[in-house]
Design a protein around this ligand. Structure first.
Ligand code: C5P
Length: 224
């Protein structure tokens, strides 16, 4: 088996893990897994198929047969490009509703693990280091204050020309964090072997540099 390193970045909504993971993957020329997107696509597919978001058996079936493709920036669901809807707050809330269901999570495991390909992977989400890649070479938990995260999400949505209300976003984030942290199966948690990083005062580039440095130290430890 060739050595395929994995760096996991877990953290709450809008902690900047997406932007940081993408920059890190680009810098290291690694593959990139946005696991939240897979949950979002499952939720979107469920909505379109009129499946009740509590119907665990049907949702798990849908998740295991999900027809999704990533082609550069383009994301296809059932062969058709998905629009900005998949990144909206409503889809995020739906994703977090179905993410509570163990059978859905299990159904998505193999799909996520398949992203581990040479020369390496940067995977971001909520349970990357705890469940999907417990053997990862470097595990990061990224966080920032709820107010800063809400402001980041607000700016992101505005930049995309989407509806955004700061107060609503803050309440939505707090509710989503609570659901993600308290679910009994694969909750968002700071595992003991995880490096905790608060990036409230750091830019994406600075956060990425810190992680890059940690990774270089890990790799030189592995080599020695
Ligand atoms: O990261 P993002 O906001 O796109 O994720 C949407 C939702 O998907 C999260 O609020 C969370 O409930 C769920 N999720 C998860 N496990 C992951 C990634 C996302 O439960 N690894």
């Amino acid at each position: 088996m060739p050595f395929i390193p994995v760096i996991t970045i877990d953290g709450p909504s809008a902690s900047g893990k997406g932007a940081v993971a993408q920059l890190l993957a680009k810098t290291l020329q690694f593959h990139y897994l946005d696991s939240g997107l897979i949950y979002r696509l499952t939720a979107l597919a469920a909505r379109r198929a009129n499946i009740d978001l509590q119907d665990e058996a049907r949702l798990a079936q849908l998740a295991s047969a999900l027809d999704i493709q990533f082609d550069g920036e383009e994301i296809r669901l059932n062969q058709a490009p998905v629009g900005a809807e998949v990144r909206g707050e409503a889809c995020g809330a739906d994703a977090s509703t179905i993410a509570v269901l163990p059978a859905v999570r299990v159904a998505l495991l193999a799909r996520q693990r398949a992203f581990r390909q040479s020369p390496g992977l940067v995977a971001e989400g909520r349970d990357m280091g705890s469940v999907v890649f417990p053997e990862a070479n470097l595990k990061i938990y990224l966080d920032a204050s709820a107010e800063i995260r809400a402001l980041r999400r607000y700016k992101q949505l505005k930049e995309k020309g989407m509806y955004a209300n700061l107060e609503e976003i803050l309440h939505g984030l707090i509710a989503r964090d609570a659901r993600d942290c308290t679910r009994s199966f694969a909750p968002l948690q700071k595992a003991a072997d995880t490096f905790f990083l608060d990036n409230s005062e750091l830019t994406v580039a600075q956060t990425t540099d810190v992680i890059l440095q940690l990774y270089k130290e890990k790799v030189s430890d592995l080599a020695s």
